[in-house]
Design a protein around this ligand. Sequence first.
Ligand code: ATP
Ligand code: MG
Length: 252
Amino acid sequence: MKGLSEPLDPRKIFVRNKYSRFPNILAFASGKGGVGKSTLSGLFAMYLAQKGYKTGLLDLDLYGPSAHIILGAPLEGLPEEENGVIPKEVNGVHFMSVVFYSENRPLVMRGKDLGDAVLELLTITNWSELDWLIFDMPPGLGDTLLEVAELTHARYIVITNSSRLSMESVEKLLEFIKTENLEYHGLVENMVMNGGLKYIRDKSEEMGVPYLGIVSFYRDIEKLYGDPDALMSSPLKEEFDRLFENIVEGRK
Ligand SMILES: Nc1ncnc2c1ncn2[C@@H]1O[C@H](COP(=O)(O)OP(=O)(O)OP(=O)(O)O)[C@@H](O)[C@H]1O
Ligand SMILES: [Mg+2]
């Protein structure tokens, strides 16, 4: 199995085995903050559920959880428990987030505690059988990324904006992914206006990273939050179709 070196910690071995049964784990990640990881992971999870796939979404941005807003998850009532915590079903997506417990209180943790919290969240969540499991990752290269890389065979979908500034930090993440031999699907250029930036396509080609496609800047994106019908009749649907094809194609 790909990933960082084999863990010796029995808790980690347990989680590795647990997640090895999921056929497809997609981690929406970026070296940069605010480029649309949560928006795209939340909407893409809803899109997959609309296509009839059993889909899970795990918000792994513990400092700034936001996937619940994209998915339209109500925060009232804790998730049910049975052999762990059962993800809530929201708009067809099995959804888990610390926000059910923290609500609007800030989570303040040191790096070591953050790693432990990620491990625990992965451990306690009792997923049903899933065709696709999606992780909404926090920005940058930190403890959460290291935990996910060590514990799962997630394949990375790396998000950038149409800007050199964003691509600069994304290149560092891609370097890390390649150096550690992690699996990846490729790069998505989000919030694209006027066809995208040639620099980004050129860079991805230079690095040998598949360019999965664009997601246009969509002024009314907030109207799609928690509304699968609106999503499926929006211009993003076609762009998601292309992303999906490229993801499935790249998996073969
Ligand atoms: N395609 C798009 N069209 C228009 N607005 C978008 C698009 N994608 C994302 N946004 C907006 O960009 C902002 C940042 O998006 P989001 O929170 O998903 O980024 P993020 O990468 O998850 O950020 P963070 O690093 O803080 O977790 C949000 O206001 C969101 O509505
Ligand atoms: Mg986010």
